[in-house]
Design a protein around this ligand. Structure first.
Ligand code: FMN
Length: 426
């Protein structure tokens, strides 16, 4: 069968904590719409901290534990995949393995794990400073290996061995892991779901993050605000995957697609303007400072930011990915301060911003796909309800008409939606 776009969507519900019943009802209504559109999966980010800037910027992505929330959504949906975020910097692998496997049973094989190393929050885990990026990724690599071993330590076949202690002892084996970060005996206390290995997603795209993704994950959730950034990253990931013995199809690049859709381009642009109107100049200055450690307050808004003004590259930054994107934008464009302070890399999550009519959005997606800048995307709804309505009523049907997206689900597990082989769950 022809390969088509992979489309996931942020479960971007504001979440009304004040109105009884609304919190879950709103999430479930949203999930049902995404399932009716036959999307591959719902995606839930997660941050283990309460940061006011972040809370203001990422509506609905802080708060409820995503795995609990998705367990509830699983009960109310039948086919759509459910990708939850769990940080390897803060969560022990035994708990990760157990939670994900539990969710996979609850949802009957629809779970995916978004592996994050987190940029902040160590102060909530008895550790005042975040470990370096290298240490976080080294821990992520070991953690992921252990999680997979734990899943396989309790195979599905155990269900046929009920009552047979000798058989149980033969099948359910300790893993006896002794590593740099973890000492874990195992086995896991829950069998693997027959759907097989849980698909792995990774978010983070520095050099070391890419290597990790290309080695272990099935897809990478990335911030690629420009087509060239996407092409470069996809090629690079594919090369890295081949070098470690995988194929170019084994790693899929899924940028965030932050969309604002209107009946006209002007209407969509106004939606975008309104969504960012709350960002004062001071907040934009602060955002730039926090991403690359650069203060431009002394410049006039029309002054150009030139390459020689960039701070040294070796300083510690919160996210190397975001810092690299902003540096690259400055190097390539030497933009006026005002333009720089309006860029998604500075004021947003650096996702690809799509503004326009449904046809504009479809054209942009197809251009990126055909030029090899993406294998699909994770939709991040940005505008008012109308923008989301148009995504479901027009954008998805147009992609289906063009043979780029499914009209019906072919299966009911996330592995099947992503067309991963179903063999290796031994
Ligand atoms: C697109 C994207 C989404 C991310 N989502 C999360 C998240 O939901 N929770 C989290 O703790 N960290 C998240 N991160 C942070 C990464 O896990 C990682 O810690 C950070 O980006 C540093 O790694 P890097 O230098 O490879 O980008 C995200 C990063 C990117 C680029």
């Amino acid at each position: 069968m022809k390969r088509h776009l992979i489309i996931g969507m942020h479960l971007a519900v504001q979440g009304d904590y004040g109105k009884k019943g609304a919190l879950l009802d709103d999430h479930i209504a949203f999930a049902k719409r995404a399932e009716a559109a036959k999307l591959d999966f719902l995606f839930k980010a997660d941050y283990l901290m309460a940061h006011p800037e972040l809370m203001a910027k990422t509506k609905g992505t802080v708060g409820l534990d995503p795995s609990f929330l998705l367990a509830t959504v699983a009960r109310e949906t039948k086919q759509i995949g459910l990708v939850t975020t769990i940080s390897t910097s803060f969560t022990p692998p035994y708990l990760i393995a157990r939670q994900l496997q539990s969710l996979n049973w609850i949802s009957e094989g629809r779970v995916g794990w978004n592996i994050v190393t987190s940029i902040d929050g160590a102060y909530n885990f008895s550790n005042e400073l975040m470990p370096s990026s290298e240490e976080r990724y080294a821990k992520a690599a070991e953690c992921t290996t252990v999680v997979k071993q734990l899943w396989h330590s309790h195979p599905y076949e155990i269900l046929e061995a009920a009552g047979n202690i000798a058989k149980i002892k033969e099948l359910v084996r300790p893993i006896d892991h002794e590593g740099e970060f973890f000492h874990i005996k195992g086995p896991l206390n829950i069998p693997m779901h027959p759907a097989g290995d849980i698909p792995l997603f990774q978010a983070g795209a520095s050099d070391i993050g890419r290597q990790f993704a290309a080695t272990v994950s099935n897809a990478i959730f990335a911030a690629t605000p420009a087509i060239e950034v996407g092409i470069e990253m996809r090629n690079d990931l594919q090369k890295r995957a081949v070098k470690v013995g995988r194929t170019i199809e084994d790693i899929r690049l899924l940028p965030g697609l932050y969309f604002f859709i209107g009946d006209t381009y002007e209407e969509a642009l106004e939606m975008h303007r309104q969504a960012h109107a709350h960002l004062t100049l001071e907040r934009r200055y602060n955002a730039l400072e926090s991403v690359i450690g650069m203060d431009v307050r002394h410049l006039a808004l029309h002054d150009h930011v030139t390459v020689d003004m960039l701070p040294p590259e070796d300083q510690t930054v919160r996210s190397q990915t975001h810092a690299d994107l902003v540096r690259r934008y400055i190097i390539e464009n030497e933009p006026p301060v005002e333009v720089l302070l309006a860029r998604p890399e500075v004021i947003g999550s650096a996702h690809l911003v799509a503004i326009g009519t449904p046809l504009d959005i479809v054209t942009q997606i197809i251009t990126f796909y055909e030029r090899g800048a993406l294998d699909g995307f994770i939709a991040v709804p940005g505008g008012p309800a109308k923008s989301l309505d148009l995504f479901f009523s027009d954008v998805i049907p147009m992609l289906v008409e063009r043979g780029l997206f499914r009209a019906e689900y072919e299966g009911s597990t996330l592995r099947s939606h992503l067309r991963l082989d179903l063999e290796n769950h031994k």
